[in-house]
Design a protein. Structure first.
Length: 391
């Protein structure tokens, strides 16, 4: 473990973000992967409140993970006493990192692609996707829960296996749990792309999981990720195959009532053939929802939320090619988007009415210090000390 100083690298009002790699998307034939090791790292990124970005200039400022960190999440507000968790999809493990050390544990299933923190930082929920996309079994598709212990250690608590399929044999021959999101009231929602269902789980204080409900979505839509409104009983789901965002009203014990489905296909760019939706984000006040669409259409779609939970389209902006990962930072005033194909990160300034103004572009130069290849995920700490950070 190395002691390095970020003094002089970032301004006092900067934000410390971490970027993980997702390798190339299987449908992006123009994308070229490098040697295995460069694809298995997490690196920091400094984001200023005006949207400018920079990569710290020390070649040792990277965290080797031993696998492809396709999803990142954190617990704590500061790296000094917090943890970074990475799902390593290629070897079915979870990597945890803190300043006192790192750990790797089996994911409780096959191909983990998402994680979220529950129980005020005491529980980690993991979605095990179980690939490949065209698999015909559901073996290894699951939601798993872990106790978060001292030093960012993880102990498996519970596993709920998913089993089923839907109408598209190329993508839905088996269950594919693409996310599990902790929400208010001790609940979590798991989006199963392969089954075309959203599972509602109760998460006990010890991490035990109890299935409460299953919501069936439109056949062939493939629900991927979900966000909850920060104060109102609404959730929004981005569907990868349906290239859409769906609004639901939450009911008793996490039931979901369908309100509306809106496309993220930009008609001026074609009918959406060859594209697939990826990420969803919601502003801290719940007024704006953002969704990425990658492939033949590389865009961010912006929606305004209404009092009844429904969505009003505000517009589209160009995104870096294959925009898989996205995050709102700086209290929702800056949006960062990762371009998986060409190793890019773009930032946008977010106005109150949802307009996005592109501010800064970072692209890989192939140097020793750079953003990780094919960035697919971001996580941030709310604050950091710019000196004496051990990485």
């Amino acid at each position: 473990m190395l002691l390095v100083s970020l003094t002089g690298i970032a301004a006092a009002n900067g934000l410390l973000a971490f970027v993980g790699t997702g390798n190339c998307d299987g449908e992006d034939h123009s994308c070229v992967e490098g040697p295995a090791a460069p694809e298995q790292i997490i690196r920091p990124l400094i984001i200023e409140t005006n949207g400018s970005m920079s990569v710290p200039g020390n070649e040792y400022l990277s965290i080797p993970t031993g696998g492809a960190p396709v999803w990142l999440t954190t617990v704590g507000t500061d790296l000094q006493d917090g943890c970074i968790f990475a799902t390593l999809a290629n070897d079915s493990t979870i990597f945890s990192y803190g300043l006192k050390g790192s750990h790797t544990v089996p994911s409780g299933g096959v191909n983990p692609v998402f994680a979220s923190v529950a129980n005020n930082g005491h529980t980690l929920l993991v979605a095990n996707y179980h690939g490949p996309d065209d698999s015909t079994s559901s073996d290894g598709a699951s939601v798993a829960s872990f106790e978060i212990g001292r030093g960012c250690s993880l102990r498996l608590v519970d596993v709920k296996n998913h089993s089923g399929s839907s109408i598209n044999p190329k993508r839905q021959g088996g269950a594919h749990v693409h996310s599990v999101v902790s929400v208010r009231g001790g609940l979590a929602y798991a989006c199963d792309l392969g089954m075309d269902k959203i599972f509602t789980y109760a998460v006990a204080s010890n991490g035990k999981l109890t299935e409460l409900h299953r919501t069936t979505v439109k056949a062939g839509s493939g629900p991927r990720h979900l966000v909850q409104h920060p104060s109102l009983p609404f959730v929004y789901v981005v569907s990868e195959m349906g290239k859409s965002v769906t609004a639901y009203k939450q009911g008793s014990k996490g039931t979901l009532e369908l309100l509306q489905t809106e496309t993220v296909v930009h008609s001026k760019l074609g009918n959406g053939t060859g594209s697939k939706a990826a990420e969803i984000a919601i502003s801290p006040d719940g007024s704006l929802v953002f969704a990425t669409n990658r492939g033949s259409q590389n865009t961010v779609t912006v929606f305004k939320t209404q009092y009844d939970g429904k969505l009003l389209l505000k517009g589209y902006v160009e995104a870096p090619v294959y925009p898989r990962g996205m995050a709102l930072v700086a209290d929702g005033t800056i949006l960062i988007v990762g371009g998986q194909s060409k190793t890019e990160v773009w930032s946008y300034r977010v106005s109150e009415d949802g307009k996005l103004q592109r501010v800064c572009d970072l692209q890989s130069t192939g140097g020793k210090v750079d953003i990780p290849p094919h960035p697919s995920t971001f996580t941030t700490f709310e604050k950091y000390s710019p000196e004496n950070i051990i990485l």
